[in-house]
Design a protein around this ligand. Structure first.
Ligand code: SF4
Length: 445
C-alpha cells in the first residue's frame, strides 16, 4: 500500500514558483465550458488548485518574481498546478498587461485566450503593448457544443478583428469524433484567413475518467498528425502538431516565417542549426533560445551536408521567425549528467513514451549509456502520455516490471516536471516514497 500524501504547499509558494518560471497566473475563472477541459475531469485526489482573480496590487508586489525566467511572460496557460481560466474574465486584465509591459519592456508577453471577450478598444491597446496571443478557437461550426459558446458570431468576429493588428497563433484541440474532419479544416482556414501566423493542432488528452475517452481511442495520433501535415500543404501556413512525435535532438528548423529576420538571413525549413554565436548546440530548444535571447546572433547551419553561416538581424528577445519544436532543455540535461554520475553508474531513466526516443538520442549524441523506459499512466489512464502527468504510483508499477529482470540500476531518474518544487507528485506523494519502495536513490532529469 502506498503511503499517503504530504501536506500541500501554500498558494503563495505555488505562485512564486510559477512566476519564477515566467508563468503569471491571473484567475481560474472561465466563461466557457469546453468538453475537453481537463479542469472538470481530474481524479478526486489530483492536486490542482483554483484561484479567484488575483488583485492588481498582489500582482504588482510579486512582479519581480518573473525575473526567474528569461523567456516570454506567459499568461493563461495551465502549465503549473494552478488551473488557468480565461484571462480576459479578469476585471483588471488590461491594467495587468500594462504593468507587466512597464517592468519588462523587452520581453515577449504571450496570452492564451478563447477570444470571446475582446472589444475593438482592447484589441487596439494590446496591439500597442505588443502582446502576442494564442487563440484557442478549436471549432468554427460546433462552438456551443464543444466550448459552450453562447455567442459564436461575436467570438469569430473578434478573431477576424485581430488580423493585421495583433500577432497571433491559433490552436485547435482536434475532436474529429465530435466535429468531423471538415470542421477542423474549416477552423484552420478561418484562422489563417484571419491572420494567424501559425496553427497548432493539439491531440486531445482524455483520462479514463472523461466521458469522451472511448471515442478518443478510436482516433490515433498518427491519423491527426497526417491530417495536419496535409492541412499545412493545402493552407501554406505553418501547422504544428502536438505532441510532436520527434525522435532526435537534431536542431532542425520546421518553418521560417515570411518577412522575418531568419528568412532575410537566408535560413530555410530543413536546415540544421549547429552553432549559435560560436557555441555548438545540443538540441532544438537550445538553438531556438540562443537565437531568441541574443542580438544579431551568428548562426552556423547545415543544409544537405554543406555548412553555411549567417547573421540574423534582430534585437535581443525578439522573435527571429524560426519555428522549431521543443525537445530538450540543455541546462537541465547537463545538470542531470552531473548529478546522476551517468558516466560511472548504471542509470535507469523512467520517462514518458514521447520523451523516450529524444532522451535516447541525446545520450547517443553525448556518448553516454543509460537504460530508458517509457512509463504508462495508471493514475490518469485513457490516452494520457505526458511526463508531467505521471505519478509515483505509475513509476513504482513500471519499476516493478523492469527492475530485477535484467537490470539492477544504481540510481533512477524521474522526470522533474512530474513533481512540484517540494518533490511531490500530482497526488501529493513524495518521490521519497519511490526511494523507500525501491531502495534506489532518485535524481530528477
Ligand atoms: S476556455 Fe480553456 S479554461 Fe475555459 S473551459 Fe475551455 S479549456 Fe477550460
Amino acid at each position: 500500500m502506498m503511503p499517503g500524501p504530504t501536506p500541500p504547499p501554500s498558494i503563495e509558494a505555488l505562485l512564486y514558483h510559477a512566476q519564477m518560471q515566467g508563468v503569471l497566473p491571473l484567475t481560474s475563472c472561465c466563461n466557457m465550458q469546453c468538453i475537453f477541459c481537463s479542469n472538470a475531469y481530474n481524479p478526486d485526489n489530483c492536486e490542482v488548485f483554483a484561484i479567484p482573480p488575483r488583485p492588481l496590487a498582489e500582482i504588482k508586489d510579486s512582479i519581480l518574481w518573473l525575473v526567474g525566467s528569461r523567456g516570454p511572460v506567459v499568461i493563461g496557460e495551465s502549465v503549473t498546478r494552478i488551473n488557468e481560466g480565461e484571462p480576459l474574465t479578469h476585471p483588471e486584465f488590461l491594467g495587468i498587461l500594462q504593468l507587466v509591459r512597464r517592468h519588462y519592456p523587452d520581453r515577449s508577453i504571450k496570452v492564451t485566450t478563447n477570444a470571446s471577450l475582446f472589444t475593438a478598444d482592447l484589441i487596439e491597446q494590446i496591439a500597442e503593448l505588443n502582446i502576442e496571443l494564442m487563440v484557442s478557437l478549436n471549432t468554427v461550426g460546433y462552438r456551443e457544443r464543444v466550448m459552450g459558446d453562447k455567442q459564436p458570431e461575436t467570438t469569430l468576429r473578434n478573431v477576424e478583428a485581430l488580423g493585421g493588428k495583433v500577432r497571433f497563433e491559433g490552436s485547435i484541440v482536434s475532436l474529429p469524433f465530435v466535429t468531423g474532419w471538415e470542421d477542423i479544416e474549416a477552423t484552420a482556414k478561418f484562422l489563417k484567413d484571419s491572420g494567424a501566423w501559425s496553427i497548432r493542432i493539439l491531440a486531445p488528452g482524455f483520462s479514463r475518467f472523461h466521458p469522451l475517452s472511448k471515442e478518443a481511442a478510436s482516433i490515433t495520433q498518427d491519423d491527426i498528425r497526417s491530417f495536419s501535415h496535409n492541412l499545412e500543404k493545402d493552407l501554406k501556413v505553418p501547422v504544428l502538431f502536438e505532441p510532436a512525435r520527434i525522435t532526435s535532438v537534431i536542431p532542425v528548423v520546421e518553418h521560417v516565417l515570411p518577412r522575418s529576420p531568419a528568412r532575410r538571413a537566408g535560413i530555410r525549413p530543413g536546415d540544421v542549426i549547429t552553432e549559435v554565436s560560436g557555441r555548438p548546440v545540443l538540441s532544438r530548444t537550445e538553438a531556438f533560445e540562443l537565437v531568441r535571447d541574443n542580438e544579431r546572433p551568428r548562426v552556423a547551419y547545415d543544409r544537405q551536408g554543406a555548412v553555411y553561416d549567417a547573421v540574423i538581424n534582430k534585437q535581443r528577445f525578439q522573435p527571429s521567425g524560426l519555428v522549431m519544436y521543443d525537445d530538450l532543455d540543455p541546462k537541465s540535461w547537463f545538470e542531470w549528467e552531473r548529478k546522476s554520475h551517468v558516466k560511472r553508474r548504471r542509470v535507469l531513466v523512467l520517462t514518458s513514451a514521447p520523451a523516450k526516443p529524444v532522451i535516447e538520442d541525446a545520450l547517443k549524441m553525448r556518448g553516454l549509456e543509460a537504460r530508458v523506459e517509457a512509463v504508462p499512466s495508471v493514475f490518469f489512464g485513457g490516452n494520457i502520455e505526458a511526463g508531467g502527468l505521471l505519478t509515483v504510483r505509475d513509476f513504482a508499477v513500471a519499476y516493478g516490471e523492469i527492475a530485477g529482470l535484467d537490470f539492477d540500476p544504481d540510481i533512477v531518474t524521474l522526470p522533474k516536471r512530474a513533481f512540484d518544487p517540494w518533490g511531490r507528485d500530482l497526488e501529493g506523494i513524495s518521490y521519497r516514497v519511490f526511494e523507500e519502495i525501491t531502495g534506489k536513490p532518485v535524481v530528477f532529469g
